[in-house]
Write a protein that binds this ligand. Structure first.
Ligand code: GDP
Length: 449
């Protein structure tokens, strides 16, 4: 998500940077381009107008133009305006993430259209609450229209290793909700996630059913799940749900896709409800907290180092990483270590997702994707290294033409691919040597601060 918008805005700012000194006219011209970029990203028109006006008020005038780095100032102002549009303004703190500050059993109501990812998200939230918040979670499907939906939730509960309320055919949604709360009270569950039925579009019957369940269960959180790929329709869906049912937060799914991002930027202004979580994949652990400041940084190509480091901390084996870092410092990093590293990177999820979080990578990302640098490439590289003898892995210099042929055949790849891997490894070793020469001082500590 946000890729095209990010690229457009980076282009606008690159132009500003090249100019050095800025006139009011330069800033106006840049703002015009920012406006077009936002419209193309499918941001709602009133939101675009408001955002551009806010930037103009702050950017046009003597102060910015006279400052030491005017372009940087303009970027900062746009960044701040984006953060505000995303709901990160003053007074918005504390509304992010799920609020667990209520007596047990705490009911969470999941609402949304069919296909938005509601059931998957219920499973993701259950997993997160069990693992990260150490809560005892009960999942219950109130979708009496589609028995398959109830089975799907049961399967998700199994994968998330949480309890699912047993299915009793013929019960009405309110009866199921009552049974869920009853079980939760008796069996001391901390959180009950009620997954309501969805429809293909908003209709009066759906709203009435959801509203009745809400009135009965008095949920602490009512989370609306919307699909980022549906753009402004997602915003209109959110507006309708908020007006007719009332929601405490929004979960936006499929942000791993190429949604233009306008929905995320319009959501707060149009619906008044905060985005609390993002769904970034089909897997159960693909759920992210929504941080307006980090998203704004991501849009402006400044990367999202904080999220990257957090993701790394969650997935990477710390002891293993330290071992590798030591080897790098000593210059004894070999292909066997490289294979380990590939495995760790693979665990962090899609490579293009990771790259998107790095500053300045936005523009390169498309090229990298074209070059097919993805999970399948990691797998092929692993296969190539697996086809080497241990001696070859420790001493890659040994690998000459005949060995390359054998390795390519053994791994089902080509000699070119083997060459590419060896070249990449060489480049990496070179870089490590240079980094070591620069001294370790700032590298490990300052690098991430
Ligand atoms: P529901 O009808 O709203 O309950 O939707 P489901 O939970 O059944 O999801 C519909 C489809 O979307 C499933 O194939 C999910 O795996 C997929 N899905 C859900 N969330 C995400 C997400 O964040 N990213 C991607 N790529 N797919 C998702």
């Amino acid at each position: 998500m946000f890729e095209a918008l990010g690229n457009r805005l980076t282009g606008v700012f690159d132009k500003l940077r090249r100019r050095g000194a800025l006139s009011d006219a330069d800033v106006q011209e840049a703002l015009r381009e920012v406006r077009i970029a936002l419209l193309e990203a499918d941001v709602a028109l009133p939101v675009v107008k408001d955002l551009v006006n806010r930037v103009r008020d702050r950017a046009v005038g003597q102060e910015v133009i006279r400052s030491v780095s005017p372009a940087q100032q303009v970027i900062k102002i746009v960044n701040d305006a984006l953060v505000e549009a995303l709901g990160g303004g003053e007074g918005d703190d504390g509304k992010r993430g799920i609020d667990l500050n209520a007596p047990s059993p705490l009911p969470i109501l999941m609402v949304g259209l069919q296909g938005s990812g509601k059931t998957t998200t219920s499973g993701k939230i259950a997993l997160r609450l069990r693992v990260r918040d150490r809560k005892k979670v009960l999942l219950a499907s109130l979708d009496v229209h589609r028995p398959a939906a109830q089975l799907q939730l049961q399967q998700l509960a199994d994968r998330a290793e949480v309890t699912c309320l047993p299915i009793v055919m013929g019960q009405r949604p309110l009866e199921i909700a009552a049974r869920a709360m009853d079980v939760a009270r008796r069996e001391l569950f901390d959180v009950v996630i009620l997954d309501t039925a969805g429809r293909l579009s908003i209709d009066a019957e759906l709203m009435a059913e959801v509203a009745a369940v809400k009135a009965f269960a008095k949920p602490h959180e009512t989370l609306l799940v919307v699909d980022a790929m549906t753009g402004q329709d997602a915003v209109q869906t959110a507006r309708a749900f908020n007006e007719q049912v009332g929601v405490t937060g929004i979960v936006m799914t499929r942000v791993d896709g190429d949604a233009r991002g306008g929905a995320a930027l319009s959501m707060r202004a149009v619906t008044g409800a905060p985005i609390k979580l993002l769904g970034a994949g089909e897997k159960l652990d693909a759920l992210e907290d929504f941080h307006p400041d980090r998203i704004a940084n991501r849009i402006l190509g400044m990367g999202d180092i904080v999220s990257l480091v957090e993701r790394a901390a969650e997935t990477i084996d710390q002891a293993e990483a330290e071992k590798l870092a030591k080897k790098m410092q000593k210059g004894s990093f070999d292909l066997e270590d490289y294979a380990q590293q590939i495995k760790q990177i693979g665990k962090m999820g899609s490579l293009s997702g990771i790259l998107g979080m790095l500053p300045g990578i936005g523009k390169m990302k498309a090229q990298i994707e074209n070059a097919n640098l993805d999970q399948s490439m990691l797998k092929r590289q692993s296969a190539i290294i697996s086809s080497m003898t241990m001696k070859e892995r420790r001493k890659p210099d040994l690998i000459k033409a005949s060995r390359k042929k054998r390795i390519a055949a053994g791994s089902g790849t080509t000699v070119q691919e083997v060459n590419r891997l060896l070249k990449q490894f060489d480049d990496m070793s070179d870089m490590m040597k240079r980094m070591n020469k620069m001294g370790q001082k700032g590298m490990m500590r300052g690098g991430l601060a």
